[in-house]
Design a protein around this ligand. Structure first.
Ligand SMILES: Nc1ncnc2c1ncn2[C@@H]1O[C@H](COP(=O)(O)OP(=O)(O)OP(=O)(O)O)[C@@H](O)[C@H]1O
Length: 256
């Protein structure tokens, strides 16, 4: 595997790992989905996991937020082993780790404002309307959709709904963002806009982000570093430029 054992971070500096996974395995019955996952997500970086469909990318993300429980190996978030966290510790962890799933739908019967209020009142249990309104306006401005505050989701395009979905996750000010196929179902131009927005939001909110995708354009725009996943393990690591010229056919096939 290329460079995989080199502990490396953006700008060549050693950095604090906010997610540390060593030898993680996950089985569903007899099916081995994650065969051996070892990776670090460093503070402040945008790490892309690139892989074809069905390789175990979503399962990896679900293990990080303990929506699935891994079978073997170590998985630490902010230095804490996720397995064995108590319910209240898990709740706290999930306020610090935002995840945007492919299927993350908005509530159709609520306006954009109400969709964004929801995490603040339900997750943070906030009743401070000044703070709530300020955060909603700030995050909508960030994703360029302040004008849509009173719109219904059905009035918005697919790209706009993705932006609102991103705003709904960012409103809790997570330290880590996990993106599951953020550009799926979007046309190439809107995909590019969403990828650029992810990059912009990482800078604005100073998050550490894990972006799983099979969209090579998204990987190029968003990724400081890319890991290539195949059959439940990583087969290569590098920058877009490094991987583009990889002699490994499985890796180079993404760049054709
Ligand atoms: N809850 C589950 N029970 C059984 N098998 C599962 C479960 N979740 C995922 N799998 C299987 O694990 C494998 C990896 O799935 P995963 O969703 O992680 O793939 P992926 O790399 O994210 O690809 P995609 O982009 O298609 O979702 C697939 O074969 C899938 O069928």
């Amino acid at each position: 595997m290329e460079n995989i054992n080199t502990v490396r971070a953006i700008n060549g500096n050693h950095k604090e790992a906010v997610v540390q996974i060593k030898g993680m395995k996950k089985f569903f019955g007899k099916k081995k989905v994650l065969t051996n996952i070892t990776m670090d997500l460093f503070k402040g970086e945008n790490l892309v996991v690139l892989g074809k469909s069905g390789q175990g990318k979503s399962v990896t993300i679900k293990c990080i937020v303990a929506l699935l429980s891994h079978d073997e190996g170590s998985l630490k978030v902010f230095g804490q082993e996720v397995k064995g966290l108590k319910d209240d510790e898990l709740k706290l962890l999930r306020t610090k780790v935002g995840f945007l799933f492919q299927s993350a739908a908005l509530y159709d019967s609520m306006t954009v404002r109400e969709n964004l209020e929801f995490p603040l009142t339900r997750v943070l249990r906030s009743t401070d309307m000044d703070m709530i309104n300020q955060r909603i306006e700030e995050v909508l401005e960030g994703v360029g959709l302040l004008g849509a505050i009173d719109a219904m989701p059905s009035d918005l395009s697919g790209g706009m709904r993705k932006r609102i979905g991103l705003a709904r996750t960012l409103i809790l000010k997570p330290e880590i963002m996990l993106y599951d196929e953020p550009t799926t179902g979007l046309d190439p131009i809107t995909s590019r806009e969403i990828s650029e927005l992810i990059l912009e939001m990482q800078k604005k909110y100073k998050t550490s982000s894990l972006i799983i995708t099979h969209d090579i354009a998204c990987a190029e725009i968003t990724g400081d570093r890319i890991l290539v996943m195949n059959d439940g393990a990583f087969i290569a690591e590098g920058s877009y430029k490094e991987l583009e010229s990889s002699p490994n056919d499985l890796v180079s096939s993404f760049f054709k």
